[in-house]
Design a protein around this ligand. Structure first.
Ligand code: GDP
Length: 415
């Protein structure tokens, strides 16, 4: 890897791991430049056969490779009330119209049902829960695959490659994303259809960007419910993409059957935000971009990660997580990756781990939602909001202990 590439990736990893608000704001600022760049590139693609090299964003270090380009695109906008997003000028549908439409694989109604789920309007929430109640009996039959990795690792290219491969095998693919950055920037660095151009054109594929607005808990709930809807519509493989920022990976792990970590050889663990905890969540590691000059480095990385995985607790009981090499760009290793996933599925279904994990995930979901709701209610409570600065002042001036301050705040909340 050249120095310029290091600098670019380092910058991204630090932004992602050092506090979301501050750092994503920074990405957002640059995001404008990137967005302009992408539009420019796409436009140029129509009229020119020139390669992407000519159209690097102006902040890219001189000798950085194209393969580390990061695209930041406008996210799915779900307004706070959700009313426009759900119905627009169209008439709201009845519960049975939503249910029939989803079960009948009506893509328009499918999209409207997901918008209903994503709405923050209490009336929509009620309808959405009614719709879900009717769809749950038809859900659960897919294989849910989580894919994580830092921006630039090649996740969307991989989803495009793997997705096209699976569609040729006769599968129906839904691509969803869990993107906590969207809650801060109201934009998305994941799941935009333009990042998966061929897949987006397939009738057996449905791509849905991360909902924006709300906290990670809210995004997670919406994503989980979207899985239910997509399964009821007949999608048998759900790919859930998330960016490697720690917390969102834990959330995605708790909603998928198989979890894949996508890495780039030679970028270094620190730069890729790899922590032991994240490795312990993964069922396989794909060292992507194992093509051209990079192939040798990718093979070395594969051995290194296999050594590391050997000493870690496996993510799934009875399954040995392993590292593989592949190239999302050339398609090399895609068949092998799918074989690994199929082997995993057979293994966990036979051992009962699959079913048990799904049950555990449903139970965990209930308690995560309770925690999330309590958390929101606590911090939205007016009296709590008034008391917090006063108590903080007392703590820093040594007038009260943190424990007593917490007791007081909880007391105010419960009043
Ligand atoms: P994401 O941010 O993780 O979704 O990464 P992308 O899929 O957008 O890929 C970032 C850049 O890496 C793009 O320019 C891709 O064309 C490039 N890329 C992705 N996969 C490969 C690969 O297997 N080999 C090479 N050489 N480049 C790749």
């Amino acid at each position: 890897m050249n120095l310029g590439t290091n600098i670019l990736l380092f910058e991204i990893a630090i932004k992602i791991s050092n506090g979301l608000v501050q750092n994503y704001f920074h990405i957002q600022t640059k995001g404008r430049i990137l967005f302009t760049f992408v539009c420019y590139f796409r436009d140029m693609k129509k009229h020119s056969t020139k390669k992407i090299e000519s159209y690097k964003p102006d902040w890219t270090p001189e000798n950085a490779g194209d393969e580390f380009a990061v695209r930041i695109l406008k996210g799915q906008d779900s307004s706070s009330s959700g009313s426009r997003a759900v119905g627009g000028k169209r008439k709201d549908l009845s519960v049975s119209q939503y249910v029939k439409g989803v079960l009948g694989f009506d893509r328009n109604i499918l999209a409207r049902t997901i918008t209903l789920i994503e709405s923050n309007n209490p009336a929509h929430y009620k309808t959405a829960q009614e719709v879900l109640k009717h769809l749950i009996p038809f859900s659960g039959k897919s294989l849910r695959i989580g894919i994580t990795g830092v921006p630039g690792a090649g996740k969307s290219t991989l989803i495009e490659s793997l997705g096209m491969y699976l569609i040729k095998l006769g599968h129906k693919i839904a691509v969803l994303t869990v993107d906590p950055s969207s809650t801060v920037t109201k934009g998305s660095i994941l799941g935009d259809k333009t990042r998966m151009e061929n897949l987006a054109k397939e009738k057996n594929c449905f791509i849905r960007p991360s909902p924006s607005g709300g906290n990670l808990g809210g995004v997670t709930r919406k994503s989980r419910e979207t899985i239910t809807i997509c399964e009821a519509a007949g999608f048998d493989i759900i790919l859930i993409e998330t960016v490697g920022v720690g917390q969102s990976e834990v959330s995605v792990r708790s909603m998928v059957d198989f979890f894949l970590l996508v890495l780039i050889a030679g970028a270094g663990d620190e730069l890729q935000g790899i922590k032991r905890g994240i490795m312990e969540l993964t069922d396989a590691i794909l060292i992507n971009k194992a093509d051209g000059d990079n192939e040798k480095k990718a093979n070395i990385a594969k051995s290194d990660y296999n050594n590391a995985l050997h000493y870690l607790q496996p993510a799934t009981a009875g399954w040995r997580s392993q590292a593989f090499t592949g190239s999302a760009l050339t398609g090399k290793g895609i068949t092998e990756l799918w074989n690994v996933i199929k082997k995993f599925e057979d293994n966990v279904k036979q051992s009962g781990v699959f079913e048990q994990r799904r049950k555990d995930q449903s139970i965990e979901w209930v308690f995560r939602m309770i925690e999330n709701t309590l958390h929101e209610e606590f911090y939205n409570d007016e009296k709590v909001q008034q008391a917090i600065p006063i108590l903080i002042d007392e703590i820093v001036n040594g007038k009260i202990t943190p424990t007593l301050a917490a007791d007081k705040l909880l007391g105010i909340f419960k009043e």
